[in-house]
Ligand binder design. Structure first.
Ligand SMILES: Cc1cc2nc3c(=O)[nH]c(=O)nc-3n(C[C@H](O)[C@H](O)[C@H](O)COP(=O)(O)OP(=O)(O)OC[C@H]3O[C@@H](n4cnc5c(N)ncnc54)[C@H](O)[C@@H]3O)c2cc1C
Length: 267
């Protein structure tokens, strides 16, 4: 299957050039590692830096934040080429969605602080929604963030978090008002290395997507600056999630779907 030969209408010459260079890069740097990543349950950190240096992760983000100012078509090509290469481990789908959360809801300061690091591959991102007792029904999350001066104190736990074992930046879905249902949900950015009381569980074994690290996360009185809230006020998290989740679903599913098709078509 070739995106270049069977181009949908939206594919421009720039997209074709990007697809070709990404394909070459993945053939050289991803394909030889797919089985190794699957057996070790994690993608080598070095790979994030290699693709970051080649600008693969900044397609839809403005140059001032480290991207190259295209549209989401570039992100779609990246996951398509990942699937074509036969990999389901590299967690770019999640990296991309966090990049989009920050780009859409982040303040100028937040964008300048975090986007360049994510696009360059210096930092890996995760989004922590699911909990042992809460999956589809996100308004029922139990993890909560209490104000304590100019910090939040986060308590709770998450499960099945992609990139969870390695993430430097975690967007935490937490209740800032536990009595307000969906209206009490907020998104708070946690810088994992600096966070006392933040702990990762084991890298969970899975039936598929074996090269992708998936972890439990635990929060015990984790202090995060209130400046790390995404959006201009508390309680916007549920709406932010509802707007961004369709894109996340497309991005996370695509490598698996393309991979199973392209694998079955290989000799
Ligand atoms: C490989 C992998 C990676 C993941 N990565 C992440 C991640 O990075 N971050 C994160 O936060 N989570 C992640 N998850 C968790 C994932 O988002 C949840 O599994 C998902 O939201 C479903 O939640 P659940 O497993 O608790 O199932 P449930 O919510 O218990 O649903 C079980 C079944 O019931 C159905 N169902 C639920 N509610 C209804 C309803 N009202 N009406 C009809 N049917 C319904 C569902 O469709 C499903 O078939 C990951 C999961 C996997 C397997």
């Amino acid at each position: 299957m070739s995106l270049i030969k069977n181009s949908p209408n939206w594919v421009s010459d720039e997209h074709k050039m990007f697809a070709e260079s990404t394909r070459k890069l993945f053939d050289a740097e991803m394909a030889p590692n797919v089985d190794k990543w699957a057996s070790q349950g994690i993608v080598d950190r070095e790979f994030w830096k290699v693709v970051g240096e080649q600008g693969v992760m900044g397609g839809s983000i403005a140059e001032e934040y480290g991207g190259f100012g295209g549209g989401i078509g570039f992100d779609a090509i990246t996951v398509y080429e990942q699937g074509r290469t036969g990999d389901t481990g590299w967690g770019y789908g999640i990296q991309s969605i966090v990049i989009h959360y920050l780009n859409t809801y982040g303040s100028e300061g937040q964008k300048k602080k975090w986007l360049p690091r994510l696009i360059s591959g210096e930092s890996v991102a995760a989004i922590a929604m699911t909990e042992p007792g809460t999956g589809s029904d996100l308004q029922s999350v139990q993890t909560y963030a209490e104000r304590d001066g100019n910090h939040y104190k986060i308590n709770g736990s998450k499960i099945f978090i992609t990139n969870g074992h390695t993430a430097d930046i975690v967007v935490v879905v937490a209740k800032t008002d536990r009595s307000a249902g969906a209206k009490g949900v907020s998104l708070i950015v946690l810088e994992a290395k600096e966070a006392e009381g933040f702990r990762r569980g084991r890298n969970l074994k899975k039936l598929g997507m074996k090269g992708s690290d998936t972890a439990e996360l635990f929060f015990e009185d984790v202090r995060v600056p209130t400046a790390n809230l995404l959006g201009t006020e508390e309680g916007q998290g549920f709406y932010q999630l509802m707007k961004q989740l369709p894109w996340e679903r497309l991005m996370s599913e695509s490598p698996r779907l393309v991979s199973s098709t392209s694998r079955s078509m290989r000799p």
